[in-house]
Design a protein around this ligand. Sequence first.
Ligand SMILES: O=C[C@H](O)[C@@H](O)[C@H](O)CC(=O)O
Length: 272
Amino acid sequence: MASHLQRKPLNERRGEVRIVQEVLKRDSRLKYVEFRLIELEPGAAYEETLEGDECCIVALTGRITVAEGEHVFENIGTRESVFERKPTDSVFVSGGKSIAVTGVTKARAALCYSPSLEPLPTKLIRADEVGTEQRGKYQNRRTVHNILPDSDPTASSLLVVEVYTEGGNFSSYPPHKHDRDNLPQESFLEETYYHEIDPGQGFLFQRVYTDDRSLDETMAVEHGDVVIVPAGYHPVGVPDGYTSYYLNVMAGPKRIWKFHNDPDHEWILNRP
Ligand SMILES: O=C[C@H](O)[C@@H](O)[C@H](O)CC(=O)O
């Protein structure tokens, strides 16, 4: 049986929109983060009025038009597949505003939500503005696209990042956690992982566990799954032959990403 932290694709049609994944505060242990993945045929529109949450609309695949008030960002998106490995366009919208996301081509958009702590300008985050970094060495190499990092003041609580991990490597590794509001040592950020795997029949392993093991779930994650990380360490291991993609949404009481490595495994960082 799947872990209570693992969500298989919902694939629910609502009008002209397919809801591929949906993680809401009311149906998860999360208090800050919500996530929705929608699929749109050309011309189909998803509309929503943001109440207390801000939202980052990530043009995951295909091209979309995002409208909010007088802002119309037409034909955004850079890739047909996330495995083209290039950054994409996103739009940030503050709470209290209404959005419309329309498919220009057949498209998927990731809607990443967290509390709107202050009104902020609607902003197009262009693909060429997204910072890219290579992390890790040996068998924990990964490529990170920082869509909304904590260094970017566009959002009031929301953090969004996408990560690529090649087969035979681990990411979110050495295991780290950010489940204590204890700055400067550690921040508290809930997190969701939206996973894709190439080729699509693949699987990977993700463990979510706490120091006292009161939470300790190891999952075989498949293409399209979401993993919810309310607390604890959350490493990902990718079998040989497959490439992992995941989109992370993080939020908590303070918009600072300060993680704490599992002391049992931090030693791997000290290798030459
Ligand atoms: O806390 C952030 C998430 O665990 C990932 O974004 C992780 O940091 C990615 C990585 O560094 O491997």
